[in-house]
Design a protein around this ligand. Structure first.
Ligand SMILES: [Zn+2]
Length: 165
């Protein structure tokens, strides 16, 4: 399955590729299928050099990472035949956890006017009642900043537990 013309053989099965350093990996990857809303970050791609399929998550709101999972033939066939997507990257929170575990973090100077508000709202919709302390940890924010953001996005449909700040 490896080819000298692509990076697939050098990538981990779960690979993290920072945006801006992704051209050499993505030059052979062709998008096959987008998951569609609400999973706007998710698609499958196949390498046009070696044929390796990948599940790709584009985490561009916070850490600016591509997160790739190597797909085995069974998973690939299940998706192609029955439309069953692997659930690895279904939750945006998972992408943030992977980025955090890999040591990526982004500091925003002006948090009030940033994608952070959308991210906080989406995390709270994925997991109603998520704690401010968890948001702060996932997003690598000061707890008081996280609490401030949470207050701005909290509503009937966006429930957040204020346990910090
Ligand atoms: Zn390849």
């Amino acid at each position: 399955m490896t080819s000298p013309d692509c990076e697939c053989g050098r990538l981990e099965d779960l690979a993290i590729v920072p945006m801006g350093h992704h051209d050499h990996v993505f030059r052979t990857l062709d998008i096959v299928q987008k998951r569609g809303m609400p999973w706007w970050w998710l698609y499958t791609a196949v390498c046009n050099a070696c044929g390796q399929p990948w599940l790709v998550a584009q985490e561009e709101r916070h850490n600016d990472l591509f997160i790739l999972r190597r797909l085995d033939p069974a998973t690939t066939e299940l998706l192609a035949r029955d439309g069953v997507w692997p659930s690895d990257f279904d939750r945006y929170e998972t992408l943030l956890e992977i980025g955090r575990a890999a040591g990526h973090s982004v500091r925003f100077c002006d948090v009030a006017d940033s994608p952070l508000l959308h991210t906080v709202a989406d995390l709270a919709k994925e997991r109603p009642g998520i704690c401010v302390s968890e948001l702060a940890s996932l997003l690598n924010l000061d707890p008081t900043v996280a609490a401030d953001l949470a207050r701005q996005v909290e509503s009937e449909s966006v429930r957040i537990t204020f346990d910090a700040g």
